[in-house]
Design a protein around this ligand. Structure first.
Ligand code: PRP
Ligand code: URA
Length: 210
């Protein structure tokens, strides 16, 4: 049985922002703004079940019991493209910490080349929220998720704007317990392992070509 749980957030605002990201005439600034908004909406959905803690407070009128996030997730944007989701996630979860994983996909082999990992040594007992707009072959996210699991993470949630069926199957076959939140599962990959219809290169569309 697969331990991948997938939620496609088919909300009109999410789909309208995804359309801005897909549109080849959108500017870099419009693309970044749409990705930030999608990231906020997907993170909001993905954090519904976060553990809560009661906190005693007093309003100006009376004592009462409020809510705090008991165990804020570690936020992990996958560089470069995941950087465009980081601020939105941090704004919703200011009590969180952030780690970074840098991966660049080889254009010929489509395999990820790791160039950076800045993460706490132990992730045991810590929920982790991974941010990457694109899941194509799945190579990059699987590398990141295995790295997180090797440090003890067992509570893994992935936020992607777009997913290809091939990458989705790769995550499902990994044996890792993963919750995935996305705006769309697209049709397929093309011969260059780009998502179809997709939105192009999410890093280049935010920051310009490498
Ligand atoms: C993109 C994207 C994912 C990866 C997805 O990053 O942000 O990390 O490709 O492809 P995969 O599922 O086939 O591994 P890229 O390697 O292009 O680097 P960038 O973010 O620096 O542009
Ligand atoms: N990476 C991207 O940025 N876009 C794709 O379609 C596939 C991988």
């Amino acid at each position: 049985m697969s331990s991948l749980q997938t939620t496609v957030v088919d909300h009109p605002i999410v789909q309208a922002r995804l359309t801005v990201m897909r549109d080849e005439t959108s500017s870099n600034a419009e693309f970044r703004a749409a990705l930030r908004e999608i990231a906020s909406l997907l993170v909001y959905e993905a954090t519904r079940e976060l553990e809560r803690a009661d906190v005693p407070i007093s309003t100006p009128v009376a004592p009462t019991t409020g809510t705090a996030i008991a165990n804020p997730p570690l936020l992990v944007p996958v560089l470069r493209a995941g950087l465009g989701m980081a601020e939105a996630a941090f704004n919703l979860l200011p009590e969180s910490q952030m780690g970074f994983v840098g991966l660049a996909r080889d254009e010929e082999t489509h395999e990820p080349t790791p160039y950076m990992a800045s993460l706490p040594e132990s992730l045991a007992g810590r929920p982790v929220l991974v941010l990457d707009p694109m899941l194509a072959t799945g190579g990059s996210l699987l590398h990141c998720l295995h790295l997180l699991a090797s440090r003890g993470a067992t509570d893994l949630t992935v936020i992607c704007a777009l997913v290809a069926p091939e990458g989705h199957a790769a995550l499902g076959g990994s044996g890792l317990p993963i919750r995935l939140f996305t705006a769309s599962i697209d049709e397929r990959l093309n011969e260059n392992a780009y998502i179809v219809p997709g939105l192009g290169d999410a890093g280049d569309r935010q920051f310009g070509p490498r």
